[in-house]
Design a protein around this ligand. Sequence first.
Ligand code: TYD
Length: 129
Amino acid sequence: MNVKIIDLPKFEDPRGNLSFIEEENHIPFKIERIYWIYDVPGGQIRGGHAFKEQEEFIVALSGSFDVIVDNGKTKKTFSLNRSFYGLYISKGIWRQMENFSTNSVAMVLSSTKFSEEDYIRDYSKFKGR
Ligand code: TYD
């Protein structure tokens, strides 16, 4: 499964820490879009789909949440809770996000512009691919 945690640069400083991401350097794609998920009420689940083409990189900018990834054969859960690393997910992976802590912010860097056509929202279709 082409899913992996990528550690980001971290400049520790008594004034506060700093991390950054450069496209095609720290993450293996060009960034076409950035979106973020926030104000998630307790117990809610986001995601629950796969993408035909989109690759993405998810960072917990604040708080914590779990990302469950599934290639149709195996599932893995990654807990994201610090902003100096993130989870890279290649195309063709079913993914769901849950267990959001209060005030958590999930930043998603995407390799594509938004296109509903790129979504696979039906799990049985995903499995049958
Ligand atoms: P969706 O990707 O289904 O949310 P999640 O995977 O987090 O559960 O997106 C929710 C809605 O927002 C959907 O109607 C499409 C819209 N949307 C955009 O218009 N642009 C975007 O970049 C994203 C990510 C979603």
